[in-house]
Write a protein that binds this ligand. Sequence first.
Ligand code: ATP
Ligand code: MG
Length: 253
Amino acid sequence: MLVGDSEPVIDVRQVSKVYRLGSVSVQALRDVSLQVVAGEMLAIMGPSGSGKSTLMNIIGCLDRPTAGQYFLRGVDVSRLNDNQLARIRNKEIGFVFQNFNLLPRLTAVENVELPLIYAGVVSGRRQRAIAALEAVGLGHRVKHKPTELSGGERQRVAIARALVNEPTIILADEPTGNLDTRSGAEVMAIFQRLNEERGITIVFVTHDPDIACCTRRIVRIQDGRIVGDEPVSAERRRMSRVARGMMAEPQGA
Ligand SMILES: Nc1ncnc2c1ncn2[C@@H]1O[C@H](COP(=O)(O)OP(=O)(O)OP(=O)(O)O)[C@@H](O)[C@H]1O
Ligand SMILES: [Mg+2]
């Protein structure tokens, strides 16, 4: 990796975002600055409408700021054209969404292969897709279609799809929002493993304080501004329901 430890991979500098709808404008982000170094895992929290998805879309190169700058691994993204933006997005970033966004007619492995097709990879696609499914514990579900999978399994297919291009960053917008507690904990355990074992930088949005405490850092947004940015103590991390869920099932529960 070219980027040193202290060099931010995500460097958002005084970014504002205004959406214009006819004569009405909505200021979704106001002067937001956020630096994330390689290998970090952090949660973004905040009330509905506070600008979390807007910020994630800018970090993920799906949208551009109205003002301010965004450097992704040292590259000033605001200067790129749409093609260059798509290329850097494909190479550096894997996305995971709340509602999975899988194509219903395709099998798990076909869904996971899609980013490789978009990236123009010609050989070895199937093997790479299977390896990504195995990495999320779904080696036995490759031929299943989304409707033949549980919610947690669907989200794991979506994580495999995000992984298959070997991104340096995974962005997840409420990845556990549609999952029950147990499936949510499984998804978080996968994120933690990808972060610890592969050094992938992970940024995700959640409303659940216990899920947020699986990370080492929580950033809080309100009315389009960052109002908090704090480390999670090791003690708090250990105490989270998710961490406890990773251990043995409670007896007689
Ligand atoms: N495409 C758009 N056009 C106009 N306004 C938008 C657009 N997308 C978002 N907004 C507005 O910008 C503000 C921030 O929206 P955003 O989706 O970032 O919030 P959020 O924090 O992700 O909320 P939630 O928790 O409900 O997902 C809201 O007031 C929203 O109505
Ligand atoms: Mg949102």
